[in-house]
Design a protein around this ligand. Structure first.
Ligand code: C2O
Ligand code: CU
Ligand code: CU
Length: 430
């Protein structure tokens, strides 16, 4: 790569050791380092190019979750990189500012490879978002937070064995934020924007602060909401992102936590860790805080697909590691969609476990949840949505920009054990 006009990012996928705990070396994987990877940042309209070098001893891939791009650049199970090999995708960034991310996507091992640490953020910027006065100084008042649960075994290695009763994979009881156990952040500004990624394989988080203070949700998976939504709790299922802005007082200390979410426990109850109260990160505010950003009353444009002509409706029933009673097959393309058209996908969770639903290449609009207007946190652009037990979600999406009759995109449950067990399908854009 590296022709005029494109920026080249070199990403090396490697193994190493990380000292999460003092005096203990945990074997991990990382991108350009031992655990996790750099934040990639690019602007709307920019051409990006990558050299993804696989320095591991097994094949893997790197998928750009949330990105609108040609299927051959998507980094899914058809774009695996052999050990020693280099993969060179390139595309033009053609979507609004958003917090996206990357992770491996090799069929049957996405969960294991992601768990070991091949994960990073991919932030897209644009002029409209820059023109707002939101906190936006990276690492100062605009903070990436990759939230992951991990279980450590007696030798301080990541526990990868799936418990006997668990269909979700490992649920850990220790929380890493950006690869750090027991993290804290020193606040120097009155407002801080947190870019939260649920980077866990299976754990659901119900974020809130220890004093139940309100915060503003300003963006979801695909970018800014039309207007901020003030809340004191926010659920994120694996793969989902949220940008929140929270206000701090000089000198105070407050914790970001994950609170129990009994309403989503369903048949699996405690086993899924939905009853857990977890400390995520401590915020320690300085005695004087600078104060020059704001949460504007108007942020972006609301998704606008509800009034569009619908070319095709499809229904997807999630149950027992299958979608519509079918298990993922690498050599079967499940359907084709027409370029430029809007489709409505109705997704139903037909069993007692929590699932979520992710579609590659597009951002979608949640039209209804069980026939009702979606709650405020589902009114922005989404690429992954929690699909609670027994509920029905109608999602509208517009396909296009990139067509390829032979190379599919994926749709799947983003609880990675479910994905690896076959709860995934493939579509092409024609
Ligand atoms: Cu985040 Cu198909 O994946
Ligand atoms: Cu994806
Ligand atoms: Cu699932």
């Amino acid at each position: 790569p590296g022709e005029a006009g494109s920026r080249v990012f070199t990403l090396g996928l490697r193994s190493g050791e990380t000292a999460f705990k003092e005096g203990a070396a945990t074997r991990t994987w990382g991108v350009n380092g031992a655990y996790l990877g750099p934040t990639v940042r690019a602007r709307r309209g920019e051409e990006v190019a990558f050299a993804v070098r696989n320095e591991l001893d097994q094949e893997t891939s790197l998928h750009w979750h949330g990105m609108h791009l040609p299927a051959a650049m998507d980094g899914g199970p058809h774009q695996t990189v052999a050990p020693g090999g280099t993969w060179e995708p390139r595309w033009r960034i053609d979507q609004q500012a958003a917090t996206l991310w990357y992770h491996p996507h090799v069929h049957g091992a996405t969960g294991d490879h992601t768990y070991r640490g091949l994960t990073g953020l991919f932030i897209v910027d644009d002029d409209a978002t820059d023109a707002l006065n939101l906190p936006s100084e990276y690492g100062v008042d605009d903070i990436p937070m990759i939230v992951q649960d991990r279980a450590f075994d007696r030798d301080n290695q990541f526990e990868e064995r799936i418990p006997l009763a668990g269909s979700l994979g490992v649920i850990g009881d220790e929380i890493l934020v950006n690869g750090t156990l027991g993290p804290y952040f020193d606040v120097t500004t009155g407002l801080v924007r947190l870019r939260l990624l649920n980077g866990s394989n299976a754990r659901l988080y119900n974020f809130g602060f220890s004093d139940d203070r309100a915060f503003s949700l300003v963006a979801t998976d695909g970018g800014l909401l039309a207007e901020p939504w003030e809340t004191d709790r926010l659920h994120l299922s694996p793969g989902e992102r949220a940008e929140i802005v929270v206000a701090f007082e000089p000198g105070e200390t407050v914790d970001l936590r994950s609170y129990p979410s009994p309403e989503y426990g369903g048949a699996s109850g405690r086993l899924d860790g939905f009853a857990d109260l977890l400390d995520i990160c401590r915020f320690r505010a300085a005695d004087t805080l600078s104060d020059d950003t704001e949460v504007p009353a108007v942020l972006g444009a609301a998704p606008d697909l509800a009034a569009e002509a619908v070319a095709q409706e499809r229904s997807f029933v999630l149950a027992s590691d299958r979608i519509n009673d079918r298990s993922m097959a690498m050599d079967r393309i499940d359907f084709g969609v027409r370029e430029g058209t809007v489709e409505v996908w109705e997704v139903t969770n037909d069993n007692g476990y929590l699932h979520n639903f992710h579609v590659h290449d597009v951002q979608f609009q949640v039209l209804t949840v069980d026939g009702e207007t979606p709650p405020p946190h589902l009114r922005g652009w989404k690429d992954t949505v929690m699909v609670a037990q027994g509920r029905r979600y109608r999602l509208a999406m517009r396909f296009g920009g990139h067509t390829d009759p032979n190379m599919p995109y994926m749709y799947h449950c983003h609880l990675l054990q479910h994905e690896d067990d076959g709860m995934m399908g493939q579509f092409v854009v024609l």
